[in-house]
Design a protein around this ligand. Structure first.
Ligand SMILES: [Zn+2]
Length: 93
């Protein structure tokens, strides 16, 4: 059956104005500062809300473990240094 309703470019455009994709909202892991989806475990360091939830080192062999530990420590140190200063630290500057 044919659809006889009049449809214009404007009507088509209005309908399609809702078809755009939105960017996923990402947040930073407070522990290692990698981008993570909100309300999920960090796949890089295995932490969620400050506690260790998954052991990210378990499936690695000895050599990979050593590398990963080093990497995590470096990321942690970087995340600590990039934290915004609180009022007390700012007053000392
Ligand atoms: Zn993390």
């Amino acid at each position: 059956m044919t659809v006889r309703m009049r449809h214009t470019r404007s009507h088509t455009g209005n309908r399609r104005s809702h078809h755009g994709l939105k960017a996923e909202g990402l947040s930073l892991c407070p522990h290692c500062a990698t981008t993570i989806r909100p309300h999920t475990i960090c796949q890089n360091c295995g932490k969620y809300q400050g506690r260790q939830v998954i052991d990210v080192l378990k499936k690695l062999n000895k050599k990979e473990k050593k590398l990963k530990q080093k990497e995590l420590q470096a990321q942690e140190a970087e995340a600590q240094s990039n934290k915004p200063l609180d009022a007390e630290a700012l007053s000392k500057k």
